[in-house]
Design a protein around this ligand. Sequence first.
Ligand code: UT7
Length: 324
Amino acid sequence: MNIRSVIRGVGAYLPERVLSNDELSKTVDTSDEWIRQRTGIARRHIAAANETTTDLACSAALRALEHAGISVDEIDLVILATTTPDNTFPATATRVQARLGITAGPAFDIQAVCTGFIYALTQADNMIRLGQAKCALVIGAEIYSRILDWEDRGTCVLFGDGAGAVVLKAENGNGAEAGRGVLSTTLGADGRYYDSLYVDGGPATTGTAGFVRMQGKEVFKHAVERMSSLVAGLLEDQGLTTDDLNWLVPHQANVRIINKVGEKLNVPPEKVIISVEEHANTSAATIPLAMNHAVERQLFKPGDLLGLTAMGGGFTWGAALIRW
Ligand code: UT7
């Protein structure tokens, strides 16, 4: 039997508090004009003091389950992509599992920074196709506001808090389901770039959580190259071209990166999902947030081909082709 993982539901959650560019410019030397022009970001959401990554993840997961029409009793795998776990251990995914009342199967976190959601999706897809899970919750959730140096204008304007989730279900690939689901995935990493985008703290170094440090221009250059070549490679492997792609769903870090990736791939702007304006870079959460943005607008139609692509700290990178 040819088992495929099909996305049954998508959900997202953004904290209530909105921090506008203008408000930020009162505390750090920046402006709404600079941020919009250089990044396309208009605002970001900031978690309340008592909100945790678990809270954000659970809110997004519950919405994805509701959208899927699937009860928690069916879930037998929870993978949470996050860079900002509630505690150093155990995995925040276990807390999410307990909060949602899930008792079946494994629950673990994945740390691949902005590529985290693609890493998590790939892992869930592999487990489903191997028969190790039947219905997975794949979540990206982050509270970057707690690891930002709010005096560093080169980073603090770029990130935000948020969560997105999908429900991935095993289907036998027959009948109405034929051809649907995750077609292929690819992952990579090059640890020689560890210091180009990192957090200057951690349990085994400073004993503190630390702050994001980034060589913006270097990350920018690599992101454009990687995110475009990954999708081109996956399409080629499947005997497809960019003309077959209905939607490009890139990691939402900077609208200039997204536009350049679209240009390199020859994908017209109307086929590129962009939601970064609304929530800034939420790291592992941006791809499911962008998917949710598209689903709310009913953009994806059955049979559409989606290309997901991301690049982040590590450097790590990954992409996926999905038949909706
Ligand atoms: O998921 C991966 C995570 N990271 C990213 O995707 C980020 C990738 N990098 C980027 O998006 C861009 O490199 C940035 C948005 C971070 C910066 O854009 P840039 O066009 O590369 O600007 P830059 O770093 O060359 O800075 C240009 C100028 C500098 O001033 P001078 O030296 O020209 O006088 C900066 O000091 O802009 C200044 N600048 C700012 N000005 C106002 C840097 N940050 C700000 C700011 N507000 N927030």
